[in-house]
Structures are given as C-alpha cells and as structure tokens.
Design a protein around this ligand. Structure first.
Ligand code: ZN
Length: 246
C-alpha cells in the first residue's frame, strides 16, 4: 500500500521554478501515517532529478559502487561477523572448530544419541542451554545447585538458585523432574572451563574476521572520496523552509 504525502511541513521551490520540493508526512488507505517523506512536486523536475537525502541529484547519477567481487566477499563476511556470537552462532563456526568442540562438549554416549538417534537435545544443551547457565552462574553456585539436585527427591524441596534453575527448566522444557533439571547443570559443570576457553577463542577469531572485513571495506570503498567529490559537484542543495499552518 503506497503512502501519499498529504501534510506538507517544509518546502522550497524546485530548480525550474514551476513547482515545489516538499517534505512532510503521508498516509495510506488504512490511515497509517508515515513521517519524513519528501517528494518532487514538479513534472519536469521529477523527470530530471531524484531526491538524495541532502539535495537533488541528476536522475541518472549512480550510487557508489566498487568492485563487485570484493562486495560479495565483504557482505558474506559481514553476515558471519554479525551472526557469530559463540553458542548461538554455532552454524557459523568453522567446520574444524565445530567438530573439535562437539567432541569435547559431548560424551561418547551423547554423540551417539545425536548421530544415531538423531536426537538433538544433548546438542542443544551442550551448545546453548548449559553454556548460558555458565554465563549466568559461577562454578561455585552451580556446584551447590548440583549438590541440592543430587540430594533432593522432589523439586519441591529445592531452594534458592536450584529452585530458580528448576523453574527455568520448566519454562523451557515443560518438565521439572529432578533428573531432567540435573542434566544441563551437570553438562554445564563438566564444560565450565571449556566454555570459557571457547569464548576467548571466539573473541580472537572474531577480531581476525573483523580485520579481514576492514581490509575488504577499504578495498571496496577505495574510490569513494573521488565519487563523493563528483557527487558534491552534481548535488543541488535544498533549503527547505517551514510551511505556515502545516
Ligand atoms: Zn520544476
């Protein structure tokens, strides 16, 4: 549904002088309002120019473009960098990192469950849920929780952090059975140091990726100052003035 600019707040004459450049808000058929619209209200100028934020540019004035191949690499890397945040971004881990971590985070039995029975639960716990517990609680607190879980028969006997973790487990997995609550806590304890090492490793890896990305950006935008200068020359600045009774 397109918006029609129907409330002009600022305006100025167009380059040919027969019409106006307007700025204001628009609405559509469903009475939704969009702020910050601008339009060229002149048939002739609309054929010659396009609005470019800070002014008018000739309609065929190009956007900046650098080397297409560099752009592809740059965007692919940008995607990885913005999605790579340890556990949540594990599909972006390099293959060898994923293999290495899975082989140390999971026991042989759990790996079999994942591989042979296609049960992804241990995978989710080891990569995400237990890691989050480690991020939230100290090792000491988790050891204490584990002791409570070992000694309790029913979840109603739990107190403090143990109770908190049991309730969280219920929200996530719909069960508060001691055996079920205990499992991620024990995975967390088993992997506590490994998660910390992995975080450090991730930080280093990410900073390398960012360095590489900076290289691509520099390469892609190398002609930008020249483009900017050309654009500066072509740009017709606009001096919009407030409209009375807008
Ligand atoms: Zn005009």
């Amino acid at each position: 549904m397109s918006y029609e600019l129907d409330r002009v707040e600022k305006e100025c004459p167009c380059p040919c002088g027969k019409g106006r450049i307007v700025y204001g808000s628009g609405s559509n058929d469903w009475n939704q309002v969009r702020e910050g619209m601008s339009e060229i209200w002149c048939g002739e100028c609309a054929k010659k120019y396009r609005l470019a934020g800070d002014g008018l540019l000739p309609i065929d004035f190009p956007e900046y473009s650098g080397d297409e191949q560099v752009k592809e690499k740059m965007q692919a890397l940008e995607h990885v960098v913005s999605n790579y945040d340890g556990s949540r971004g594990f599909e972006y881990w390099p293959e060898e990192v994923r293999e290495k971590r899975l082989s140390t985070y999971l026991t042989d039995e759990e790996r079999d469950r994942v591989k042979k029975e296609r049960d992804r639960y241990p995978l989710y716990i080891a990569l995400t849920y237990a890691k989050e517990l480690c991020g939230q609680y100290s090792e000491e607190v988790l050891l204490d929780v584990n002791m409570q879980l070992i000694n309790a028969k029913f979840s109603t006997q739990l107190t403090g952090t143990a109770k908190e973790i049991a309730e969280r487990h219920k929200r996530f997995f719909n069960t508060i059975k001691i055996e079920n609550v205990k499992y991620p806590v024990q995975v967390a304890l088993r992997n506590y140091q490994k998660y910390q090492d992995a975080d450090l490793e991730d930080q280093q890896y990410l900073s390398e990726l960012k360095k590489e990305l900076d290289g691509y950006k520099k390469e892609y935008y190398k002609d930008y100052p020249a483009y900017r200068a050309k654009r500066e020359k072509a740009l017709i600045p606009l001096y919009l003035k407030d409209v009375e009774d807008a």
